[in-house]
Write a protein that binds this ligand. Sequence first.
Ligand SMILES: Nc1ncnc2c1ncn2[C@@H]1O[C@H](COP(=O)(O)OP(=O)(O)OP(=O)(O)O)[C@@H](O)[C@H]1O
Length: 768
Amino acid sequence: MVDSEQREVERDVEPDLERGSESGRNNELRSEQGYVATLYARLDALKLEAEQQLAAIRKLDVGGNHQGRSERDTFARIYEDRIVQLRDVDERLAFGRIELSDSTDDGEESSAYRYIGRIGLRDEDLQPILLDWRVPQASAFYQATAANPQGTRARRHLISKGRSIIRIEDEIFDVALLDGDTAELQGEGALLAALTAQRTGRMSDIVATIQAEQDRIIRSDLNGVLVVQGGPGTGKTAVALHRAAYLLYSHRDRLRNSGVLIVGPSTAFLEYIEAVLPSLGETGVVLASLGRLYPGVSATTEDAPAIAAIKGRADMADLVARAVRSRQRVPAEPQVLDVNGDRLTLDPQVVQNAMHRARESGKPYNEARVTFVKQALNALSREWLAQLKSNGNSMDDSDLPMLREDLRSAEDVRVALNTAWLPLTPEKLLQDLYARPQWLAELTPRWRAEERALLRRGRDAPFTISDIPLLDEAAELLGEYDVVDAAQKREQKQQRKRDIENAEAAIQNMDVKGLVNAKDLADNFAELADRGTTAERAAADRSWTYGHVVVDEAQELSPMQWRLLLRRGPLRSFTIVGDIAQAASAAASTNWRDALQPLLAGSPEADRWRLEELTVNYRTPSQIAEAAESMAVAHGLPVTPSRAVRSSEWPIAVVPTVRGAVGTELALRQTDPSAGGTVAVIALDSDRVYADLRAEFGAEIGHGLSSEVAVITPQDAKGLEFDAVIVVDPGAILAASTRGAGALYVAMTRATQRLYLVSAGELPPGIL
Ligand SMILES: Nc1ncnc2c1ncn2[C@@H]1O[C@H](COP(=O)(O)OP(=O)(O)OP(=O)(O)O)[C@@H](O)[C@H]1O
């Protein structure tokens, strides 16, 4: 059974005084192998149990009763999920152990052990035998140091292959456990093994080797805005993902139904990180790139920097608001309308009054329009009734509803009311804004003509990443275009309430109190009714509000993007990770205080964001880190100094052609397979470089992360890493925009082993 409580896993063993010797270590290895085998046996037993329960549930005869079928399927789903979870944790099930001091009553010193793993397990007597890495008792595994052992005497890393423990590494904090000079401390071995392993194009979890400064951030409080600043490769992304897993585990009640949103810079980046959370047993998370934050539009291209800079500005929110407002127009003159042969006059004052009443409702534009139309039709129908009466018709107020319906379907009335207040979609509003220079000019009297010209484009041009927050802003002001659709959504929410009530009844009926809670069951009911999982529903719903929002590469975000994210996370529970020095986008801020302004403005939390720094570079070998850092400093970037944990045997290579560098890498694979891994060519003009390389080397060249050699732009490279990186024309990257130094800093720091700089002339200052 998964241990969600916080109990201690203890195993009483005499400390092995010979642990430093060869034979002592072999004994220890055997002993650990034995213990881990019992953990796997328990895992298998639990899996079998769940499989049997699933089979039994599937066989249940519930007749034709819909409720009974739905309950049965719900339970089947719970067992299926459980089986998947138990299967997913097989790899490195247990990866650590801490040894605690345990003094007996007669003063004897002995040790108690806690084993740490991906999930918690209990034995048949419900005694905990493995602690989930996220429970508080496991934190000493990550935090203890010789100076502050936190009640532990030693920490052990268990390094496994399949289900076997192949190596153990000890860090001893209590000198009494050391055996003279034979102890070999290998505390960093597991970490270094992870860091030097060849990259696969997919990020893996770091749960076995989380470092103390990272652990503190992962376990930091859920509430408020936490900013994690750190240089390249300091584990910001890894920490953000493990924090999401930690929060989902530790605050399940709060986050289970509201979900967690993780925002990354690009779809390639999301592909790179997507396997991490499932490997930590968490799936209820929505991953979205900045181009996908507005349901229904998937933007993959970005505007030229000057255009993106304008679209990202905070004052664009006012522009969108003015644009919406200007679509409500009071006619200058009275209009004569033909209604079934009768002639009615629509007075501007009638339109004005109806608008006034509609605005008073405080509803968004499209929803307020319903009130406007109703008010206008009321006024017109009364006018018509008076006219009919004065023409001798015997009619009274009871005829008003019928007259209103006639008016509603009359062509002239429809045209007049639509001209005054047209139903609008955000897409149409934005397309009009860009395609009608005259209208844009009316709305932006203080802008320079050149600024307006930058926004100009055809109506059918695809939306860009910078358009997404503008669409969202417009959607917020316009409300649902289809008011019927809005009513359906409200009905769905009601349905969910009913689902929870049904689920509660199901728990009573099936006598499984305590195993699941009613909300979990309701989720399952909702899934069965094809309304999707929490994550799916959240991703498709623009008005969804998440319990927590994680933003990676956050230094790139524009004020408009922050405004959008605040709408997704109004509780202001955020984990924001990034590096101001790596900012390469035109609309990015140059410090966190400015960047966070749109997120914190007007909130009592304004001064309460907290900053944590990461200072150890786990990715880049020291010689590459130093070159990149000195280039960045030479160009005035606010670099956060960090210490690289390792160096590489490969010096930085300056080469005249990209072909030469790719050829060298491909040849290296043939001669030294251990030097293979992933290769990226980072070039501004990636399409041309791709075409050239493809002609020369064929199918080994691609764009995606799974290709042998991926050709990408500095923008695409954000957050990724490769064994070898070939940076094409560093001088050109630097000169391409005012943020060129940030882009080059990103490009140079993607390498875990080898870096090539392709340059025919002089390298930019500061590099070597
Ligand atoms: N404690 C750790 N144990 C093992 N590997 C780690 C640890 N911390 C970080 N790493 C590894 O270091 C590399 C860099 O981490 P990550 O991508 O999270 O850094 P980052 O700070 O987000 O970098 P950047 O800002 O350059 O995108 C990754 O391969 C990650 O798995």
